[in-house]
Design a protein around this ligand. Structure first.
Ligand SMILES: Nc1ncnc2c1ncn2[C@@H]1O[C@H](COP(=O)(O)OP(=O)(O)OP(=O)(O)O)[C@@H](O)[C@H]1O
Ligand SMILES: [Mg+2]
Length: 360
């Protein structure tokens, strides 16, 4: 076989392979003209390849759309970095989502530069991702509702005592000389304020899955959670020890999501100490990380389940007491904040959960 034949054969071989690829492929020159296209691309455009070669996006797409493609081409030509973009296009009267990866190819023999593009139809993946995100949101919300249910009893108990005090004070008030009234009123105001704070924190917690971020001192986020859980700890004979650092920088976080994480960890600690015990909550800052540690003196986590506790629906609790979502949701939330949620079982018994949050 002579050289010419051999070249023709290998060219055909390469062409066949490229046409076999099920993703649309195009090559553009520096003037944005298509110089090479595979069959799948022409199929996507709904035209024979011969009609497309030498033309540009401007000849086929609305100006708004082709301007976007043009700018992306320029970006690749100017920076020589690969560029990936996701776009909505209408194909055969159907809206599709495509992802296009463009890379620069410089022909060493001529010095000419080309943009090589591969298009992937990611419509199904895109919607699957959207559904997954939606499901995730609903799961987080369900966990929140469950926590609110558990908290409601505790909060009712918590406000019941100050309410009884307040009631008694109001009854006394009429029987007292005028001079005592202002002191008594001051006390009543204090008790009423406490009730208001508790109810407000429950309301805040119940607000639906807010993920908006703001600059927060993590100590304050924990304090909000303790406002709702401290009575539950006390009723379960759990001594609460707070070791809060005074030097915490503000972190850009979703306070409501972090409340949910801390709530889950504290509730688990309560469950792990049915006979009472101690819960130490400490915050520290070192090496650009804010650390929040929850150490309990409960039954601890046996080694054989330590790697499973973050899995969704893993629970060792009896039916009706736990569904196994708390830690998996918390893990996701902390990851979403660019942090890490870790656990260790202490040799002397009990568990320690650590939330590491990066200072950005
Ligand atoms: N502080 C802890 N001490 C001992 N075991 C723990 C502790 N925290 C979590 N676990 C273990 O991890 C498992 C998973 O916890 P997770 O919070 O995800 O689910 P759950 O508490 O069982 O149910 P849910 O949180 O959905 O009500 C628990 O069932 C328990 O076995
Ligand atoms: Mg739990």
């Amino acid at each position: 076989m002579n050289d010419k034949n051999q070249i023709a054969r290998s060219r055909k071989f390469l062409n066949d392979i490229i046409n076999k690829i099920d993703d649309p492929i195009f090559v553009k020159d520096e003037k944005h003209r298509w110089v090479f296209l595979n069959n799948k691309f022409c199929e996507l455009m709904g035209r024979p390849c011969s009609e497309l070669i030498g033309k540009t996006d401007h000849d086929f797409f609305p100006k708004e759309q082709s301007d976007v493609f043009w700018r992306q081409d320029e970006k690749v030509l100017n920076s020589s970095n690969a560029d990936v973009n996701e776009e909505k296009i209408t194909w055969q009267d159907e809206e599709r989502i495509i992802s296009t990866k463009k890379t620069l190819f410089e022909d060493p023999s001529t010095g000419n530069r080309y943009i090589v593009g591969i298009i992937r139809d990611i419509t199904e993946i895109h919607f699957a991702r959207q559904i997954e995100r939606e499901n995730q949101k609903q799961i987080i919300h369900a966990d929140r509702l469950k926590n609110i249910g558990q908290l409601a009893a505790g909060v009712a108990h918590e406000i019941n005592n100050p309410l009884a005090v307040l009631y008694g004070m109001i009854q006394d008030l009429n029987e007292m000389p005028q001079s005592c009234n202002s002191e008594k009123a001051e006390k009543m105001l204090h008790v009423a304020r406490r009730i208001k704070e508790i109810v407000q924190s429950l309301l805040m917690f119940s607000r639906q899955g807010e993920s908006g971020r703001s600059d927060e001192n993590i100590n304050d986020v924990i304090k909000d959670v303790l406002m709702l859980t401290s009575s539950q700890l006390a009723r379960n004979n759990i001594e609460l020890v707070r070791r809060f650092s005074n030097d915490l920088p503000h972190l850009h976080v979703s306070p409501s999501q972090l409340q949910q994480v801390f709530m889950n960890i504290i509730m688990n600690a309560v469950d792990a100490m049915p006979e009472g015990g101690k819960l130490i909550i400490s915050t520290t800052v070192a090496n650009s990380i804010v650390k929040v540690e929850f150490e309990d003196t409960g039954y601890g986590i046996p080694e054989d389940i330590a790697d499973k506790i973050f899995l969704p629906f893993f629970t060792t609790k009896e039916i009706g007491r736990g569904i196994g979502l708390g830690l998996s949701i918390s893990y996701g939330i902390i990851e979403d904040h660019g942090g890490r949620l870790e656990v260790e079982s202490k040799p002397e018994g009990g568990a320690k959960f650590t939330v590491n949050l990066l200072i950005s």
